[in-house]
Design a protein around this ligand. Sequence first.
Ligand SMILES: Cc1cc2nc3c(=O)[nH]c(=O)nc-3n(C[C@H](O)[C@H](O)[C@H](O)COP(=O)(O)OP(=O)(O)OC[C@H]3O[C@@H](n4cnc5c(N)ncnc54)[C@H](O)[C@@H]3O)c2cc1C
Length: 272
Amino acid sequence: MTHISFEFFPTKTIEGAEKLRTTCALLSKYKPEFFSVTFGAGGATQDGTLSTVLEIMATGEQAAPHLSCIGSSKSTLLSLLQQYQQHGINRIVALRGDLPSGMLETGSLRYASELVEFIRQETGDHFLIEVAAYPETHPQAKSPAADIDAFVHKVNCGANSAITQYFYNADAFLYFRDQVQNRISIPLVPGIMPMTNFSQLARFSDACGAEIPRWIRNRLQHFDQDKESIRAFGLEVVSKLCMKLIQEGAPGLHFYTMNNAQPTIAILDAMG
Ligand SMILES: Cc1cc2nc3c(=O)[nH]c(=O)nc-3n(C[C@H](O)[C@H](O)[C@H](O)COP(=O)(O)OP(=O)(O)OC[C@H]3O[C@@H](n4cnc5c(N)ncnc54)[C@H](O)[C@@H]3O)c2cc1C
């Protein structure tokens, strides 16, 4: 059976929190291996990550906080890890993160690999550690080969599983997997971003270096404000991508839900 996981971001409003509860309840029916909650992204407070994780866990589901090291001291990271341990959290998504604009202090740890080392050094085998992977190469990497070497090194520092940045070109994932599969022995899980809104997707994709292929971009642009056509086209493209990845042996799928249940549910239902 394919493992699935769902990613949320912490909300800042009462309405957002209420919606997230409903989203979580709807997605729980698909028996995910875990939910994950982003950290520091979108200006949300770090407390929001922990409280969201605890709320999910209170419903009986597994939940993993993301933890990014950039801009943080080792003592801050250690105290977060200790809080997570005290709350019985045993899975974590370990990232470097990106410095918010205007912030210059990089913190004690420069790369996610150093965070993985730090987590292992301080907490032994307590946490299952997920790390990020970039089938289309991380935008700041010196070269695709250097990015792959850095990824393999990060895995060797003690990661248990990797989740990829989203992509719409299955070959990018398959090629990346071919390049790393003899060098790592952990699952490489594709990250899946449902398509619902072109301008938002284009903005994210430009920022994180994920390509929207021209044939998809063209169609989405021409649908303009026609939400129903975007929804139907996005569903067709992303559910076919997911099916291809599963046929090709992907060990699971991690959905970037953007806190919305329906686009992800539609994909899972279309896949049967
Ligand atoms: C599944 C997933 C979840 C995410 N969740 C969050 C989140 O919750 N919050 C958030 O802020 N961001 C999140 N991000 C975004 C992520 O923080 C950014 O993509 C960030 O720019 C890189 O993080 P990383 O952990 O991949 O970094 P790293 O693995 O450290 O890599 C960053 C860059 O450094 C290079 N590099 C690594 N090691 C070395 C080395 N030793 N020498 C030279 N270069 C090196 C790599 O090639 C790469 O270019 C997420 C991304 C993914 C894929």
